[in-house]
Design a binder for this molecule. Structure first.
Ligand code: CP
Ligand code: NVA
Length: 300
């Protein structure tokens, strides 16, 4: 059987994705009950981080240990990858020694190349294109708080970036409606939008996009690698803050999510992220449970 990878949400069928989310909630209950469950004894995960991370690193490392295995942190600073060893060679060598590989990098092509040359599953821990692991956690949180997401409406406010792209894929896979509020020039990939059909609609006014919706989500204005565009982006996104005025237009029981790290006073006001509708801490915790379900799915 061909090796399964998780480079985007589209690598799983819609049914597999729903099962995985259900399993994530089960694993969460087991974890909270203190139940020991170690199906990945002696399995090793190699984690390549070419960008910073708190949640992704800690959740994968803790998750792997909880499942009975081991996780190894690799940075380009102290591996040969950083000195120009080809990604293809790295893939061949790593996959002869470990059972699964997670990568966080810049160009999405890097991870597709690595997967192509790896004999073990490769997981996308964020690229400039998508952030599928985050969406597992978000969809788990949304479902846990409000039930099935099918037919509901979410609004993504902000940059048409990796998070936005993964929300588009999630809308497609889980069949919910997605409003995207972004300034001109910061749109998500038009092909991806087109593939989601009439589920996705682009808006230029956050207030209009958030009216009567079930969930509002945002992300940083300048992603990792775009630090020098910070000032220019602050101007472009000045009108795109998720604050009380915006949230007041959403449904009364609407949730607020953010993948974190957040910048209070920029993409979200402190009153919203620290307010009653925010589920960002559950969302962050779910990175652990959802990725444990993913590791179990790919390795057992
Ligand atoms: N949300 C997320 O991926 O966080 P980290 O960058 O801390 O891993
Ligand atoms: N869009 C952000 C997400 C961080 C988790 C970035 O790529 O930096």
């Amino acid at each position: 059987m061909a090796t399964r990878h998780f480079l985007s949400l589209l690598d799983l069928s819609s049914t597999e994705l729903k099962q995985l989310l259900k399993r994530a909630s089960e694993l969460k209950k087991m974890q909270h009950a203190g139940e020991i469950y170690e199906p990945l004894k002696n399995k090793v995960l190699a984690m390549i981080f070419e960008k910073s991370s708190t949640r992704t690193r800690v959740s994968f490392e803790a998750g792997m240990v909880q499942l009975g295995g081991h996780a190894m942190f690799l940075s380009p600073r102290d591996t040969q990858l950083g000195r120009g060893e080809p990604i293809e060679d790295t893939a061949r060598v790593l996959s002869s020694m470990v059972d699964i590989i997670m990568v966080r990098t810049f160009e999405h092509e890097k991870i597709t190349t690595l997967a192509k040359h790896s004999s073990v599953p490769v997981i996308n821990g964020l690229t400039d294109w998508v952030h599928p692991c985050q969406l597992l956690a978000d969809m788990q949180a949304w479902t846990e708080h409000r039930g099935a997401v099918q037919g509901k409406t979410a609004t993504y406010v902000g940059d048409g970036n990796n998070m936005c792209h993964s929300y588009i894929n999630a809308a497609r896979q889980l069949d919910f409606k997605l409003h995207i509020a972004c300034p001109e020039g910061y749109d998500p990939d038009p092909e991806l939008v087109k593939a989601a059909g009439d589920r996705v609609k682009i808006f230029r006014e956050p207030k209009e996009a958030c009216t009567n919706v079930d969930m509002v989500v945002t992300d940083v204005w300048a992603s990792m690698g775009q630090e020098e565009e910070q000032k220019e982006r602050e101007n472009a996104f000045a009108n795109f803050q998720v604050n009380d005025e915006v949230m007041a237009l959403a449904n009364k029981d609407a949730l607020f999510m953010h993948c974190l790290p957040a910048h209070r006073g920029e993409e979200v006001s402190a009153s919203v992220i620290d307010g009653k509708q925010s589920v960002v801490w559950d969302e962050a915790e779910n990175r652990l449970h959802a990725q444990k379900a993913l590791l179990e799915f790919l390795l057992t």
